[in-house]
Design a protein. Structure first.
Length: 222
């Protein structure tokens, strides 16, 4: 798995909550197919394009500026990764009770939950258990070229077993409910910190400076 893909696999895995009514939550994700986001990650930039929205699931493909697809992710409401595939053919999926996820919406400060899941590496036939604690810790306004965006700030701490060793990580996620998209993430893991931020979002119908992406011949993603 390419290093940058590993970062995204573990950047955001699961977010759940246990209380509150979901009567005000749209019955499906509000992401729009064709939406493109430019992500600044360290010294690199990625293009993320929403390629499918089915009920509450949002599938996004991530590519470089040459149009080479690096990996894809399917996320619950564009927030919680539940499966993915890599350009080299690797595939993974998360095994857990998805019914629990909807309890996290609408995202209200103070909601929190702890839960357990199992991440399966399909092509290698391996898996590991993980435990997570999640909480909506507040709200924030981010300045974007398209205008100001009000986001929910979510703290996600996790612990997982990998090759017999316990690993821990803490992540802060800035999530835009209208876009069904995370606009910023900060992860602290293994004594280090990684950071990325969406610097532009172009939805279908908006004027875009994003160059057309050319698909690499022969690349197949799910």
């Amino acid at each position: 798995m390419p290093p940058i893909s590993k970062v995204f696999v573990f950047l955001s895995m699961l977010l759940l909550a246990a209380c509150g009514s979901n009567s005000q939550v749209p019955t499906s994700a509000t992401a729009i197919v064709g939406t493109k986001a430019i992500i600044k990650f360290q010294r690199s930039e990625l293009v993320a394009e929403v390629t499918d929205v089915t009920d509450r699931l949002v599938t996004t493909e991530f590519s470089n500026w040459n149009g080479d697809i690096l990996f894809s992710r399917t996320e619950y409401r564009g927030l919680i990764p539940i499966s993915g595939s890599e350009a080299n053919g690797g595939q993974w999926e998360l095994d857990f009770d998805e019914v629990q996820l909807e309890a996290f919406f609408p995202l209200v400060p103070g909601k929190e939950i702890a839960f357990q899941g199992n991440l399966k590496n399909i092509d290698q036939g391996t898996s590991f258990d993980m435990w997570a604690h999640l909480e909506v810790v507040g709200e924030k306004v981010l300045d974007m070229p398209n205008g100001k965006r009000k986001v929910k700030v979510i703290e996600f701490t996790r612990q997982y077993l990998w090759k017999g060793k316990t690993k821990n990580a803490t992540e802060i996620i800035y999530y835009d409910p209208e876009y069904s998209m995370s606009l910023k993430k900060v992860t602290r893991e293994r004594g280090g910190q990684t950071y990325w931020r969406v610097i532009r979002v172009d939805r279908p119908g908006n004027v875009s400076n994003t160059p057309p992406r050319q698909r690499r011949s022969g690349t197949v993603m799910i």
